[in-house]
Design a protein around this ligand. Structure first.
Ligand code: ZN
Length: 310
């Protein structure tokens, strides 16, 4: 823009009421990638929820079988879920039979309403509903404050609960679901696509973005260790690239979580307190993770409370 145009624009702007001035915030592009035959992933951006990203910050997607489609986390908001549904319809007209929810965090599940008219089975961990009862309203209000009530959407209560293991049949394609003991949260599901040996991990695995602890640090390390035995050769993390090699991609998260456990135990052993822990623990990892400062302190606080009772 040249100087004259800028002046004209400024004059024009000065004559208009402020609320008309706000240009619509451009929404980030919605880009799917097919990481294995029939497995489509939208990698989330490494940000907190904003109007521009519509809370599209988690990795979400879908898996297509011969007879039906399974949504793999319906998205972070109604707007995010509607874009995911539109993407499915660009690839297939098959019925959307399942909406699998890997855990209750809003960036993974608030797009559920976009699929209500499809009448799918909403699938979640047996403990998911209890956590939604505790936190659902808070999540809904927080997201509505940010995006507006229509765009924010809502979660769906699961109507198929997984307490240990379950198999979903998409027609010629089986998804094996496992309900984990408390790890990232107390309601984490992992899903193995047997046809391609791909493990969909939700937030059991963070890559690049610093892990966020909302369950048990020892449990998370134990569940990650157990998942290493999976026959899968690749995985879809909850945050990070659309596809990573498995189990190699677990190493960085294990190093980060394991370092926190080791350092907190040392502080507790010499009689130190939680403030000392928050000031020092994990900082060696600071340059290795995105959004580190937003989560490390919380992770250390949560881990300290768990480990001081050992
Ligand atoms: Zn999460």
């Amino acid at each position: 823009m040249n100087r004259r145009d800028a002046l004209l624009l400024a004059t024009f702007a000065a004559l208009r009421p402020a609320r008309l001035l706000a240009a619509p915030v451009p929404v980030l592009p919605f880009v799917m990638t097919e990481v294995a035959p029939g497995i489509h992933v939208r990698p989330g951006v490494h940000e907190e929820a904003t109007v521009a990203n519509q809370d599209g910050i988690a990795n979400i997607g879908f898996i297509i079988g011969d007879a039906a489609v399974a949504v793999m986390d319906p998205g972070g908001s109604r707007a995010d879920g509607e874009r995911l549904r539109a993407s499915i319809r660009q690839h297939t007209g098959l019925p959307i039979r399942y909406v699998v929810m890997t855990h209750m965090h809003p960036d993974h599940v608030f797009g559920a309403g976009a699929f209500a008219a499809d009448g799918p089975v909403f699938v979640g961990h047996a403990r998911m509903e209890g956590m939604l009862v505790q936190r659902g309203e808070f999540y809904r209000n927080s997201l509505a404050d940010l995006l507006g009530i229509e765009e924010a959407g809502d979660y769906a209560k699961p109507n198929l609960f997984v307490a240990d293991d379950a198999t979903l049949d998409l027609g010629g394609r089986s998804l094996r679901l496992h309900a984990h003991a408390t790890a990232h949260t107390d309601n984490d599901l992992s899903i193995l696509d047997e046809a391609t040996g791909t493990l969909w991990l939700g937030d059991l695995l963070f890559v690049d973005r610093v892990p966020a602890l909302d369950g048990s640090i020892l449990g998370w390390l134990a569940q990650t260790g157990a998942l290493r035995a999976s026959p899968a050769k690749r995985a879809v993390p909850g945050h990070g690239p659309a596809l990573v090699p498995w189990p190699e991609a677990a190493a960085a998260q294990e190093r980060y979580l394991g370092g926190i456990v080791r350092d907190i135990r040392a502080i507790i052993a010499r009689g130190g307190d939680i403030e000392q822990a928050v000031e020092t623990v994990g900082l060696a990892e600071r340059d290795r993770w995105l959004l580190f400062d937003d989560y490390n302190g919380r992770n250390v606080t949560s881990a300290f409370k768990e480990l001081e009772w050992e």
